[in-house]
Design a protein. Structure first.
Length: 155
């Protein structure tokens, strides 16, 4: 059975045909909506909430950054030590006189696979803490908005 596609078929949505008066009314309504969205009153509460949200965000993201660096480095160090102890040292014993080289140059004797896995683990832990910090920051700024009864910050 032969199946073909008709090239005259169009999947584009057709614009609805409106009378000119209706088009002008629609344009006026969208203009009114746009001007209403732009005019947001800025009062004392909004200013205080902006300051509180800034310091909340600064606090949470600073903690998240330090956790990311600290726990990422700790994960990488433990992973490198594991690859050295369970990969480089046994290989040094097998090769005889290379055991001293495994202790003198530990990073050099760790396999490339071990170094790549270590980097991925460290970056994964760091990314986890940064993402978690961003989520906590969003939650805390929403709490500030709710307590001060201001609108949510724009996305």
């Amino acid at each position: 059975m032969y199946v073909s596609f008709n090239p005259n078929v169009s999947f584009k949505q057709q614009a609805p045909q409106m009378p000119k008066d209706n088009v002008q009314q629609t344009q006026k309504q969208t203009a009114v909506i746009e001007t209403q969205e732009e005019k947001k009153p800025s009062g004392f509460r909004e200013d205080i909430s902006k300051i509180a949200k800034f310091f909340t965000s600064l606090n949470e993201m600073t903690k998240a950054s330090f956790k990311a660096v600290g726990y990422g480095a700790l994960t990488s160090a433990v992973s490198l030590a594991g690859f050295w102890a369970f990969d480089a040292v046994p290989r040094g014993f097998k090769k005889g006189n290379k055991i001293l080289d495994a202790f003198k140059h530990p990073i050099k004797n760790i396999s490339t696979k071990g170094k790549v896995i270590t980097a991925i683990l460290g970056l994964g832990v760091a990314a986890y803490h940064i993402i978690k910090g961003m989520l906590i920051t969003n939650q805390r700024t929403a709490n500030v908005d709710h307590q001060l009864k201001t609108g949510h910050r724009p996305a």
